[in-house]
Design a protein around this ligand. Structure first.
Ligand code: ADX
Length: 396
């Protein structure tokens, strides 16, 4: 039976915007004379997603009508489902010397001024930032890292189609780890995975994460563990460490051929339910039939209800996506069950359950204190402890 993967979002063909090497060299020459516009880490992450085809069928940064329609209705102006604005901002100062029709070079803000893309400006516009934050994050305070980025970005947005010239330092930082949707589709097909589920993560995987993935592996052919490698909030575990921890977990506790582990270059927005939908859109592009959505998916602090990211999938039109969510309840170790369980399966009281938040775990690591048994595999904790020690993060 041939493998049938969901089609790319809103189209039949993936649309990667990264130019082939020779074409990119010619474009890079031309770009040297263009006005340079810096990209924030979030914008750079979005550009790379456009480059590798993960944001198919977008062709660049959004115009105002798309921005507003996405904020208000989670659809582009042309009616295609899209849950989070993908926009490029610029200060008034920079925008004042630009005009529609002009070609610009996009450079990395924090990097070495490397030109990573060119863009033909289609529109320069301003937005109501508060409106975007309320619609997307349900928050406008700068304690919310995603809302803070919007509130602090430049006053103008620049829209237009992009040509991506390079993935910056990502291929060096994460050699052979960023797979494109074309590559994963090929992999899933070669492995004859008729049912593939994606597992989103920004963390090293602990026992709860492992439990979710293995529960799904009971009836799926394969799992695509997809680690974010773009910018995270400062106190998150760095992507390199999470990836190392996941790799050792896979090596010691998974059937190797049932898992593909790769990275994607997006910056985390912490937009909870809306981000879960974006996660679904691009995992569909990667060829996945399902996306695992657990407790407080892509959430932060108490901004979202534990299952808001489950419920939002019931609030969008049925035909909006081909990929389907696998909604899983809170998982934990239960002393009475003597194993991993969830609120769906465990009848015991809370005092039997070992619940540990990421924040609490980081606190224990910082203080050099013991992490309760069964929270995490020892190999994973070894990597995290070493990271805290080597980077002077353990309080004396
Ligand atoms: S996230 O920001 O990428 O969502 P994390 O890497 O912790 O954070 O979560 C990855 C996935 O596991 C998400 O779908 C999340 O909802 C789920 N998850 C994390 N911890 C638990 C848990 N204890 N119980 C159920 N689901 C969980």
């Amino acid at each position: 039976m041939s493998v049938l993967l969901p089609r790319p979002h809103g189209t039949h063909e993936l649309q990667p915007l990264l130019l082939q090497v020779e074409e990119a060299e010619v474009e890079l020459q031309r770009a040297q004379t263009l006005t340079k516009v810096p990209l924030s880490a979030r914008e750079f992450g979005d550009l790379l997603m456009l480059g590798i085809g993960a944001f198919t069928p977008l062709t660049g940064f959004m115009r105002r009508d798309d921005w507003l329609s996405v904020c208000d209705t989670m659809h582009l102006a042309n009616g295609l489902f899209w849950p989070i604005p993908i926009t490029l901002s610029a200060s008034r100062e920079i925008a004042s010397v630009l005009k529609p029709g002009q070609d610009i070079a996009l450079v990395m803000d924090h990097g070495n001024d490397e030109i990573v893309a060119t863009m033909k400006i289609e529109e320069i516009y301003t937005i109501d930032k508060t409106h975007e934050c309320i619609e997307v994050f349900q928050a406008t305070d700068t304690d919310h890292p995603g809302a803070a980025l919007v509130m602090q970005q430049g006053e103008c947005n620049l829209a237009g189609n992009v040509k991506v010239l390079s993935l910056g330092s990502c291929p060096q930082r994460f050699p052979n780890f960023i797979l494109t949707p074309m590559q994963t589709r090929e992999l899933f097909t070669v492995r004859e995975w008729h049912k593939v589920a994606a597992f989103q993560t920004r963390n090293p995987m602990h026992r709860a994460h492992e439990h979710l993935v293995k529960s799904v592996l009971e009836w799926c052919d394969g799992i695509f563990i997809h680690s974010i490698i773009g910018e995270l909030k400062q106190d998150d575990i760095p992507a390199e460490k999470s990836i190392a921890a996941i790799n050792i977990l896979i090596k010691n506790y998974f059937i190797k051929d049932a898992v593909v582990h790769a990275g994607y270059p997006l910056a985390m927005r912490y937009a909870g339910p809306r981000e879960a939908l974006l996660h679904a859109v691009f995992r569909q592009n990667y060829g996945c039939h399902y996306l695992i959505v657990g407790r407080d998916h892509a959430g932060i602090k108490n901004y979202y209800g534990a299952y808001d990211a489950h419920n939002i999938f019931d609030q969008i039109p049925k035909q909006a996506l081909q990929i389907r969510p696998i909604k899983l309840a809170q998982a934990f170790w239960c002393h009475r069950c003597d194993g991993m369980a969830s609120t769906h399966t465990c009848p015991h009281s809370k005092d039997q359950r070992m619940l540990l938040s990421g924040t609490k775990l980081r606190e224990l690591l910082r203080k050099g204190e013991a992490v309760p048994d069964h929270f995490s595999r020892p190999e994973v904790l070894d990597i995290l402890r070493k990271h805290y020690q080597e980077n002077g993060l353990v309080e004396k």
